[in-house]
Ligand binder design. Structure first.
Ligand SMILES: Cc1cc2nc3c(=O)[nH]c(=O)nc-3n(C[C@H](O)[C@H](O)[C@H](O)COP(=O)(O)O)c2cc1C
Length: 191
């Protein structure tokens, strides 16, 4: 059983990374394999609307040998998918949106890529916009018939400077419970 987490912050090892790691800790404690992919420093472009994924139906952005396709392949191989993003202007980052648009469109023509897999969004925020950003991630999970794991609060942690989010006790507890619930759900679904 494997969960892959995509950290779509432009800042490596920042607050989103801290939150994601807290979720992954709980998954690892339950014997679930995890991978944390940080998009910072990588190049990911959005969907070009070429529509070739609809033609070829191979679950990839046809002919694009890039980091976006590497992420899509990791989604194929996972039972659970976490998409983490800091809030940028009350929404997710452009990297998160590019990943969602590409993975979501490709999976529309390759049902088993995401169907009934477990999904969770994770948001780092300084002050405002986290629930909206979480909704943006859930749009992908819901339209591709994934099962969303919840927690004891909406999946967000508060902090501005790198690492500050670790001091948000409730946010960290929310991540702990999210990891526990995700592990439980994966077990129930027999992934
Ligand atoms: C371009 C940009 C836009 C941001 N917009 C918001 C915002 O709308 N609301 C907010 O609360 N924080 C905003 N922030 C702050 C980040 O969400 C916050 O610092 C977060 O913890 C960063 O996570 P990271 O360390 O994983 O990058 C913004 C930061 C940047 C760089």
């Amino acid at each position: 059983m494997k969960v892959v987490a995509f950290n779509c912050s432009a800042r490596k090892d920042g607050n989103t990374a801290v939150l994601i790691e807290r979720v992954l800790d709980e998954l690892r404690a339950e014997g679930i394999e995890t991978e944390h992919v940080q998009l910072a420093g990588e190049r990911i472009q959005g969907c070009t609307a070429c529509m070739k994924c609809a033609e070829h139906k191979d679950g990839l952005c046809y002919g694009r040998k890039d980091f976006g396709n590497e992420c899509i392949i990791k989604m194929h191989d996972a039972d659970g998918i976490i998409i983490g993003s800091p809030v940028y202007f009350a929404d997710i980052t452009p990297e998160a949106k590019a990943l969602i648009d590409r993975a979501g469109y490709v999976a529309g023509h390759k049902k088993e890529m995401l169907y009934r897999k477990v999904g969770a969004g994770v948001i780092a925020v300084r002050r405002a916009g986290a629930v909206h950003a979480l909704d943006s991630i859930n749009h992908l999970f819901l339209i591709r018939q994934m099962v969303i794991a919840g927690s004891s609060y909406w999946n967000l942690g508060i902090g501005r400077e790198k690492g500050e989010v670790a001091r948000d006790e409730e946010g960290m507890r929310t991540m702990e419970n999210l990891g526990k619930n995700m592990a439980w759900l994966l077990g129930k679904l027999g992934a």
